[in-house]
Design a protein around this ligand. Structure first.
Ligand SMILES: [Zn+2]
Length: 244
């Protein structure tokens, strides 16, 4: 059983904050499920009447709770320790709510390494993925690999969303000057915007595309420079073909 030392109201406040965390919707939902005890692990499954062994199958050393999987199992502990983040004492008992509250505070601390504190949601996610890979695909990744993957995924997503934000503010500026404003696609759809540039003096061309979801969040994007083209129309056609 999890140690519950903060009340439901406090837990609900943390859940609300999770929806505003700068990470992918998939990871926000994962964090919410972890905090709600809705992950497919022994402790949660058994509380719903599923008869599975209660012990963690990675270490066979403790009950498989959310806290254990994300913070206390051997790999998880090594991951958190190697980040250098000021965490809780390893052997102290903490509820999932307390740990999440602590992590959310760390994400806002300007005195910590930005790339590490911003990657906290991805660290949780990669620990969870590593647990599943080990159990279901017999594939084990080192703590160093898990941390490196989390940092890289975070950096890439944050970079993409910075581009999307700049694009959004550019769209707003265009709107204020009478130009057409970018509109979000319908829920469940994606919208891809393409941009090409052509420099008359050198014939150099550049292109970029940005794929966004119905919330206006960047899903993928790319930009590149290409061989010179004789005119703007040829450049635009080339960029469209590149995107396709
Ligand atoms: Zn374990």
């Amino acid at each position: 059983m999890e140690v519950i030392s903060v009340d439901n109201q406090a837990t609900n406040k943390i859940k609300e904050k999770i929806w505003k965390v700068a990470t992918t919707p998939k990871i926000r939902f994962f964090m919410w499920r972890a905090l709600s005890g809705a992950l497919a692990i022994a402790d949660c499954l058994r509380r719903h009447g599923v008869n599975v062994p209660p012990i963690c199958q990675l270490c066979n050393g403790a009950s498989e709770t959310v806290s254990h999987v994300l913070f206390e199992c051997i790999i998880a502990q090594q991951v958190w320790l190697s980040t250098g983040l000021p965490l809780w004492p390893v052997y102290a008992m903490h509820s999932v709510s307390e740990r999440f509250a602590h992590l959310l505070k760390l994400m806002e601390r300007q005195d910590l390494d930005t790339s590490v504190r911003e990657a906290i949601p991805w660290l949780l996610w990669e620990i969870w993925k590593a647990r599943n890979s080990t159990l279901y695909a017999a594939k084990t990744n080192s703590p160093q690999f898990i941390v490196a993957t989390a940092l890289e995924e975070a950096r890439e997503w944050l970079q993409q969303n910075l581009v999307a934000q700049q694009d959004r503010s550019r769209s707003l500026n265009h709107f204020s000057t009478g130009e057409r404003r970018w509109s979000k696609p319908a829920p469940g759809k994606l919208k891809c915007n393409i941009h090409s540039s052509w420099i008359r003096d050198s014939f150099h061309i550049g292109g970029a595309w940005l794929l966004r979801n119905h919330l206006g969040e960047a899903v993928f994007h790319a930009r590149d420079a290409f061989l010179p083209m004789v005119n703007r129309l040829a450049a635009e056609l080339h960029i469209i073909l590149w995107c396709v």
